[in-house]
Design a protein around this ligand. Structure first.
Ligand code: KMH
Ligand code: ZN
Length: 279
């Protein structure tokens, strides 16, 4: 097995909003510019160094409207030092050209999903040509990708992508294992461990456990030298019967586990160095 490159600290990404939950069902979900900025600030204060952003319009509906995306990116940059990572995944209904166009907002980083996966009753479509276009456009625009892996086969696609099109901007191959999505790999220590031998040489990884898999996935990731992503995009229940209060509550728990693992949260400055993002 190729051991993943471990670090002395833990990169914690917060995914505060996502594209799946409705504000009406989850009143604590940050959807306005002000709510996103407040969450970003609170999450940085308790240990996040990266924010994975999905944007909502003024009716709280997920949007890839470039003007709105730019507005949110600028507002988060003005109020925090977080690495701004835009979602290029959007919602399952978003067209490919609109998902590609978010790169025009010039984020520090963007997600890049490495294959199609069932997503509950929907299909999250990520064909090869879209993957290549996202990868090469990010190279050209100086945007650092976070490779999102929902299933083991996506790691084989990543290797093929790197072999054919070369390394990402910044040089760091950083993968997020998104686990526990109904249709993707399960959120278990066994599944996480199974992925590790298939990471490209020198790659680092984070893991995200959706729903109740959040805690086992965090513990497994930390044990294996990995990094963490948490947030209300992925988890709405803090403990059985207890809704998440806010994103900072999830980040604070992740930071606590990272400290127990003796790999405390990475600063935003260190996160930029780690990911190969210019200061
Ligand atoms: N909303 C999901 C369909 C990403 O942000 O890149 C896809 C997603 C992945 O959340
Ligand atoms: Zn996302």
């Amino acid at each position: 097995m190729i051991p993943p490159t471990s670090t002395r600290s833990t990169l914690i990404t917060v995914a505060p909003t996502g594209a799946e939950s409705a504000k009406a069902d989850v009143p604590a979900l940050p959807v306005t510019v002000e709510e996103v900025v407040a969450t970003a600030r609170d999450c940085q204060a308790v240990g996040a160094s990266v924010i994975h952003l999905h944007v909502r319009d003024t009716d709280t509906v997920p949007t890839l409207d470039l003007g709105r995306v730019r507005e949110v990116v600028a507002a988060v940059r003005e109020s925090t030092d977080l690495v701004v990572q835009l979602s290029s995944g959007g919602a399952v209904t978003d067209p490919f050209d609109a998902r590609l166009a978010v790169l025009e907002a010039a984020p520090d980083a963007a997600s890049l999903t490495l294959g199609t996966v069932n997503f509950g009753r929907d299909v999250f479509a990520n064909p090869w040509d879209l993957i290549v276009e996202l990868h090469t456009q990010m190279q050209q625009r100086g945007i650092v990708p976070e490779y999102e892996v929902f299933d083991l086969g996506h790691l084989a696609t990543l290797q093929r992508l790197l072999d054919r099109y070369g390394p990402p901007h910044g040089g760091r191959v950083h993968v997020d294992l998104v686990m526990g999505v109904p249709g993707g790999m399960p959120g278990t220590a066994q599944a996480l461990t199974s992925c590790l031998p298939f990471l490209p040489e020198g790659a680092t990884f984070a893991a995200t456990g959706v729903g109740r898999t959040s805690i086992p996935v965090m513990l497994a990731a930390l044990s294996a030298g990995g990094h963490l992503r948490v947030g209300m995009e992925d988890t709405l229940t803090y403990a059985p019967g207890e809704p998440v209060r806010d994103n900072a509550q999830l980040v604070a728990r992740a930071a606590g586990l990272a400290r127990i693992a003796q790999r405390p949260p990475m600063s935003t400055q260190d996160a930029r160095g780690f990911l190969g993002i210019e200061p």
